[in-house]
Structure formats: C-alpha cells, structure tokens
Design a protein around this ligand. Structure first.
Ligand code: FAD
Ligand code: FES
Length: 342
C-alpha cells in the first residue's frame, strides 16, 4: 500500500510505498528535495508536518531538537508515513536547489597542507558545468573505494574544484587520498548537497568557525562573501589541536590584511609547547569575544563534537538556531552508531 505525501511548496504529491521514507521516495520520483546526509545527522531535510502521521527512525538531536519535534517538525530522511500526509519545507528565504551532477574529474594538483591533511585540486572533464553554493559538499569517489562526502573549498566561480581531506585513523578513503592519490588520477563526484551554504542577503555580522578540514567550506564561503562585496564584520575562528595542524594561515592573514572587516583567529586546543596563540576550545573563544550574537549568522564545519558544542554555545549567546549553518563531518562509523541507537 502506498501513502500520498503532498509537498505543499512544490505542489507535488509523492507516492511513498510502505516502509519507505519520504525523502527516498521523493528523490526516486525526481522531486528535488533538500537533503544532505540521508541519515538523520545534518538536518538538511527538516520539514513541517501539517497533517497525517509519520514514524521516525533514530536521528541526532543536532539534526532535530526535541523542541522542534514538539513543534511538528520532522526529518524527511527518517520519516516513514503511517497515513497520507501534508508537509512543507522549513522556510528559508534563500533556499537554493542546484541541478544534481555526476562529474568525472582529474586530479591536477595535490598539496600536503599538514601532516594529516591533503588539499586536492580537480579539473572537471565530464559532466559540468557544476553549479553549487559556497559551503555545499559532494559525494566523491576515489579509485574503487566507496563515496565519501567532502566539502568544496573552491568558490563556485573558480574553474577548478578543491577539497581538503583530513586523515581519519583507520579510515579507508582518507588514507587512500593521503597515501595513494596521484596527479592525473580520475575522480568521480556527485552533488551538490547540503544546506550550510552562504546566505548572501544577510547583512549582519558573521562568525565562521572551522575545526581542522572544516576550513574547506568556510574558505569557499568567505571567498564568495568577499567577491560579492560583503561589508559586515566577519570573524573566522580556526580551531586545531596543535601548531602542526594549522594550514592556510598565510592565506587568511593576507585576506585579513586586504579586508578591514575580516579577522582571523587561530586557536590551539592541545598545544604541546609554549605558544603566543590563543588556546582552548573554539566555543569558549567565541564566548570570550562576543556577549550577544543576536542578528549574527554563523557558518560552522568540522568534527561533530566541535560543531555541536559550538552551536550550543552560540545559541546560549542569543543567535537563532536558523542562523547557524553547520556541517558536522560525520564519518560512516558515526552514522552506523546512530543507526544502532533506539
Ligand atoms: C557533510 C559532510 C562533509 C564532509 N566534508 C569533509 C571535508 O571537507 N574534509 C574532510 O576531511 N572530511 C569531510 N567529511 C568526512 C568524510 O566524509 C569522511 O567521513 C572522512 O574522510 C572519513 O572517511 P574514511 O573513508 O577515511 O573513513 P571510514 O573508512 O569511513 O572510517 C571512519 C572511522 O570509522 C572507523 N570504522 C570504519 N569502519 C568501521 C566499522 N565497520 N565499524 C566501526 N568503525 C569503523 C574507522 O576506523 C575510522 O575511525 C565530511 C562529512 C560530511 C557528513
Ligand atoms: S538528509 Fe535528513 S538529516 Fe541529513
């Protein structure tokens, strides 16, 4: 038996077979529904349930808070209808949908950014042009390995794609990229995905918080903001463990030197030697510098623990949750852990 799910904003009815989720059915029927992780981790598919009943499989609190659930919000990727339903997307006056592309690319440059982070630059051979919004990500396939999500560090206007891949100990794809990937190799990419993209209509101050290779989407966002003439104060906090984990420092110092409205603040959380740099956690540094974030927007990316704790701290400082645009870099193991939770 199929249920009918009416997506009000799209004036579309999706047929959902018993046991299937709204998102998988919508995508299978060619409906361009916003999504990211498809596993209840990112919140990109958050929707309003106006009528009907759904059952949601486990998801992270970060993707949908208890308060949001009580207000009738659901995650389309976790929601299996139990009746006909009416839903709509969560309002976002700058919602973007780009045509999905399958690209075949070639590695044109590899740069060892730190002891465990590789910058990979690709040119698109087949499947372009590739439209995306700064801050989005792609599912990237290296060699014969399974696809993994990586955020574009290049700006949409660049004529190459750049990714920053950080080694996850024991990780299949990241270790391949660090150890085996060569210039000239072919790489497949599918995308774009994600909703943590740059909102260019926002005129208020901006905080960007990047942990490790979370610098990738933030770089794309900042370059896009400056290219579009952003004049509001923008502060980038770049959190890493120790001195050896910092990269692109000169790049962002130069950006700060050429933009009076931009400040760049590296922070070490586990400095092993005496340092003049700021130390501690990103969230605490932001709280030291700002007492009231009402009217700010924040862009965050990096390890889930850093993203989630920083979003919590920012909310405590008065920022609206809807003004926090965050990508937590969940690994496949994180996603599996969530699947096991009941
Ligand atoms: C939206 C998004 C954007 C992202 N952007 C970036 C980015 O720009 N840069 C970046 O560096 N990363 C990014 N990531 C993370 C990236 O997608 C990968 O998860 C990361 O590179 C690790 O992949 P891997 O194949 O090396 O590790 P995996 O092989 O997936 O392993 C990950 C961890 O799980 C453990 N593990 C593996 N298999 C199992 C198992 N069966 N059971 C239990 N544990 C297991 C491994 O030991 C390892 O610790 C992003 C993630 C998301 C969701
Ligand atoms: S796509 Fe549904 S929470 Fe990520």
């Amino acid at each position: 038996m199929n249920y009918k799910v009416t997506v009000k904003d799209k004036e579309t009815v999706v047929d959902v077979a018993m046991g299937k989720t709204i998102l998988e059915s919508a995508l299978a029927q060619g409906v361009e529904y916003p999504h990211g992780c498809k596993s209840g981790n990112c919140g990109a598919c958050k929707s309003i349930l106006h009528s009907g009943e759904v059952e949601m499989s486990p998801y992270s609190d970060y993707a949908l808070t208890g308060e949001e659930k009580n207000r009738g919000l659901i995650l389309a990727c976790r929601s299996v209808p139990l009746s006909d339903c009416e839903i709509s997307l969560v309002d976002d006056d700058e919602a973007v949908v780009h045509a999905g592309r399958r690209l075949v690319c070639e590695v044109v440059e590899l740069e060892q950014a730190t002891h465990d982070t590789q910058i990979v630059r690709l040119k698109i051979n087949v499947g372009g042009p590739y439209d995306f919004s700064a801050g989005q990500y792609a599912a990237v396939t290296f060699g014969n390995l399974p696809p993994r999500d990586y955020s574009m560090a290049s700006a949409p206007s660049d004529d190459f794609l750049e990714f920053h891949v950080r080694l996850v100990p024991g990780g299949a794809v990241s270790s391949y990229v660090l150890e085996n990937l060569k210039v000239g190799d072919l790489v497949r990419a599918q995308g774009p995905f994600g909703t943590a993209y740059y909102r260019e209509n926002h005129r208020g101050p901006i905080i960007a918080a990047a942990g490790g290779s979370g610098l990738a989407p933030v770089k794309s966002i900042l370059n896009t903001a400056f290219a579009k003439g952003a004049e509001q104060p923008i502060t980038l906090y770049f959190g890493v463990r120790d001195e050896r984990d910092l990269y692109l420092e000169d790049y962002f110092r130069e950006l700060a030197a050429s933009h009076d409205n931009f400040s760049f603040i590296p922070i070490l959380s586990e400095a092993t030697s005496k340092t003049d740099r700021r130390t501690g956690f990103l969230a605490d540094a932001i709280a030291e510098d700002f007492k009231d974030l009402d009217g700010f927007k924040a862009y965050l990316a990096g390890p889930p623990i850093m993203v989630e704790s920083t979003v919590d701290k920012l909310k405590g400082l008065g920022i609206q949750r809807s003004d926090c645009h965050a990508d937590a870099f969940y690994t496949e193991a994180d996603k599996k852990k969530l699947e096991k939770q009941v």
